[in-house]
Structure formats: C-alpha cells, structure tokens
Design a binder for this molecule. Structure first.
Ligand code: COA
Length: 260
C-alpha cells in the first residue's frame, strides 16, 4: 500500500498506520482522510492483521486538527459535506472497525486530531501530548464526532468545559479524565502500544470484533447527535465569526469575533 500522506508498517499481525505530514503537524486535509480511509479498509480486510496502532509522524504532533487552510473558504453546503463525508468515510469507519485500533498520541491531538484519536478503540499518550477541541476559537464546532464522543469518554460537564474554553489539557490531565488509558515517555509510547496490541492479538479476533460491536451498540442511540453536529458545523460556515476565526488563524493573529 502506497499513500502520499500515510505510511504503513507491518510486523506480523500488527500494523502501524502513521499520518505523515509533519511540516503541517499532520493536519487532516481531504487527501489524508482519503488515504487513511483506504488504509483502514484494506487492513481490516486482511485477516492476518489482528491489531492496528494509529500515530503521527515526528515528535511534535499526532494531528493538529483538520486542515484550516483547506476549509477556510467553504460554503455552508461544503462545510456540511466536509463533516458528513469525513465522519462516514473515516471516523465512523474506525470506531466500527472489526480490527482493534489503538491511538498512540505522540504530541498535539487537537480538533480533528483528538476526534480521530477518540474514534479509536482506546488511547495511549506520550507525556508531551496536548489535547483539546479548539474549534470555537475559529468560529466553528467540532464536526468529526467530537461533540458526541468527548462527553461519552469524559462526561458532559468536562466535555463542555473543554469545548467552550477551547482549552488544551496535558497528558496527565487527560489520564485523570479517562480520555487516555496510559501516559508514558515519548520513547516508550510505541513499545507500550505494541505490548497492549500483543495482549489483544492472543485473544479471539472474532470475539474481539463482536465485543467492539456490542460496546458500540450501547452508544448508537446518539445518531441524532451526530446529525445535529453535522448541521450545526455546516451552519458555522455561513457566519461572520467563522470568516474572522479562520482568517485570523491564517494571518497568525488573535481573532476578534463580531458575534454574528
Ligand atoms: N491546519 C492547517 N495547518 C496547520 C494546522 C491546522 N489545523 N495546525 C498547524 N498547521 C501548520 C501551521 O500553519 C504551520 O504551517 P507553516 O509552517 O506553513 O506556517 C505548521 O503547521 C506548524 O505549525 P505552527 O503553528 O507553526 O506550530 P506551533 O508549534 O507554533 O503551534 C499549534 C502548534 C498546534 C498550537 C498550532 O499549530 C495550532 O494552534 N494549530 C491549529 C490547532 C487547531 O485549531 N486545530 C483545530 C482545527 S479545526
């Protein structure tokens, strides 16, 4: 498998998927989402692959968010499609994959990056990791399932605090919230993920895929929540706040929101 923005390393029954745009802190543009979607679909079909680790290349970022420069000029319709297509082709795909996926959060996991990590079956972070959903600082909301999966993982109050403040939390805090399962020094991150993966691969892959299905089924009554997120995300693209937020990011200045 050859991709422009994604590397895949295979080692017996374990595949490591590496998002590879380090100069842009692995920001998720449409091409990367497409590559990741293809990679996960292909790996899931390969019955010799029993576990997948997802990580970012470089030492600084897992994924610093959706690619802001790509969507800054989108219309409401394009914004809505961006969220709907991304959710369907990648985030829902990973969450419902029969093969277990561990996110190895090796640095910034912001916006779409944290949403991607939250789609994985569980998360392990390096001690330099920083996590958050800063979308409202850009005049938009999380659109890749963040408004649904963050409260599932850490509870409604903490999730709303994190979303509304656009704040970033460090790895230790993420551990205390239950957002990540373990925190280790960066040089030990992949070895711990590999160790966890090998514990998983000793067990029945069929039973594991059923367990994933059963656990996910308990959260399926929030389909309306995902739909509401997509519509609200799209609506943001018609606001003056969104224009100001994304322009300010690109111009590397603080946003001054008009509130319309
Ligand atoms: N979309 C597009 N480009 C991004 C990006 C994103 N989400 N995050 C980082 N980049 C780019 C930067 O524009 C910069 O590109 P340049 O070198 O061509 O100017 C490069 O990645 C390096 O980022 P930089 O901001 O210089 O690194 P930093 O160490 O000063 O700051 C962050 C790191 C993560 C705090 C900062 O990049 C950031 O705030 N990113 C956006 C986070 C965000 O709002 N994500 C949610 C999007 S919905």
């Amino acid at each position: 498998m050859n991709f422009e923005n994604v590397l895949i390393e295979l080692n017996d029954s374990l595949a490591t998927v590496i998002i590879n745009r380090p100069k842009k802190l692995n920001a998720l543009n449409r091409a990367t989402i497409k590559d990741l979607s293809k990679a996960f679909k292909t790996l899931n079909k390969d019955k010799t692959i029993r576990a997948i680790i997802l990580t970012g290349s470089g030492e600084k970022a897992f994924v610093a968010g959706a690619d802001i420069s790509e969507f800054a000029n989108y219309s409401v319709k394009e914004g809505k499609e961006l969220a709907a297509n991304g959710q369907k082709s990648l985030f829902d795909l990973i969450e419902n994959l029969g093969t277990p996926v561990i996110a190895a959060i090796n640095g910034f996991a912001l916006g779409g990056g944290l949403e991607l990590a939250m789609s994985c079956h569980f998360r392990i972070a390096s001690n330099n990791a920083k996590m958050g959903l800063p979308e409202v600082s850009l005049g938009v909301i999380p659109g890749y399932g963040g408004t649904q999966r963050l409260p599932q993982l850490i509870g409604k109050g903490m999730a709303l605090e994190l979303i509304m403040t656009a704040g970033m939390i460090n790895a230790e805090k993420a551990l205390s919230y239950g957002l990540v399962n373990y925190v280790v020094p960066q040089e030990e991150l992949l070895s711990l993920c590999t160790k966890m993966a090998s514990k998983i691969t000793n067990n029945s892959p069929v039973a594991i895929s059923y367990a994933i299905k059963a656990v996910n089924a308990g959260f399926k009554n929030n389909a309306k929540g995902f739909e509401t997120e997509i519509n609200a995300f799209g609506s943001c693209f018609g606001t003056a706040d969104f224009k100001e937020g994304t322009t300010a990011f690109i111009e590397k200045r603080k946003a001054d929101f008009p509130g319309t």
